[in-house]
Design a protein around this ligand. Structure first.
Ligand SMILES: NC(=O)c1ccc[n+]([C@@H]2O[C@H](COP(=O)([O-])OP(=O)(O)OC[C@H]3O[C@@H](n4cnc5c(N)ncnc54)[C@H](OP(=O)(O)O)[C@@H]3O)[C@@H](O)[C@H]2O)c1
Length: 186
């Protein structure tokens, strides 16, 4: 099993969302995200799940929630109340936020840590929105210490994308190829 985290954070402050929205609109970045997760197993927090557009409904999604009775909107989507259960999953997992989930996986220092991080950084202005900022500084600090950047940095519409690999981890070449092709839109 390969674990991949994919995020788009704001340059400088590592904010990924405000309230239940992403405070910028970059359609090419959303399309790239769609290509990366297409046909994969996604892991999201319950709040992010509720903001996912219907086009993701066809994907297999694990929704982290403490609510045992939480009802997902599609039979392919499954509630997980204990993140430790992911240690036993054999299929690849794509960790897709929000902040609580990135900080949980990347900051965990245990077997849940992703093998690969797709680090998208938006350099433009943020919209002013109401709500709590979702900040992933904790996860970014771990990435900068315990991961190494590989290959090219891709740039499109004010977003730079780099791939990081956990130091000392073996990385499945097929997974890496899938991610590079999705980023470069090959
Ligand atoms: N820019 C990006 O790349 C990106 C990606 C994804 C999301 N976002 C943004 O991030 C924001 C949402 O992030 P968020 O951090 O507020 O919420 P979140 O991580 O999406 O969801 C938090 C919820 O996940 C559940 N949860 C968290 N840790 C858990 C654990 N250890 N065990 C069981 N359940 C757990 C809880 O659900 P219950 O309350 O049901 O118990 C918790 O309230 C939105 O603004 C969204 O747009 C941005």
């Amino acid at each position: 099993m390969t674990k991949v985290a994919v995020w788009c954070r704001h340059f400088g402050d590592n904010i990924i969302g405000i309230g239940d929205s992403i405070p910028w609109r970059v359609p090419s970045d959303l399309k790239k995200f769609g290509r990366i997760v297409a046909g994969q197993n996604m892991v999201v927090g319950r709040k992010t799940y509720e903001t996912l557009p219907p086009k993701f409904d066809k994907e297999k999604i694990f929704v982290l929630s403490n609510q045992t009775e939480y009802e997902t909107r599609h039979p392919q989507h499954q509630v997980v109340t204990n993140p430790k259960l992911f240690k036993d999953v054999t299929e690849d997992l794509y960790i897709c936020g929000g902040a609580g989930i990135y900080n949980l996986f990347v900051g965990s220092g245990n077997k849940l840590m992703p093998d690969i991080i797709v680090d998208c950084v938006y350099q433009g202005d943020m919209q002013e929105l109401d709500g709590q900022p979702a900040d992933i500084s904790e996860a970014v600090a771990v990435m900068q210490k315990q991961y190494r950047q590989i290959g090219t940095i891709y740039e499109e519409d004010n977003v730079t994308t780099a791939i990081y690999i956990k130091q000392g981890n073996f990385v499945e070449q097929q997974v890496l190829k899938h991610i590079i092709n999705a980023i470069a839109n090959i």
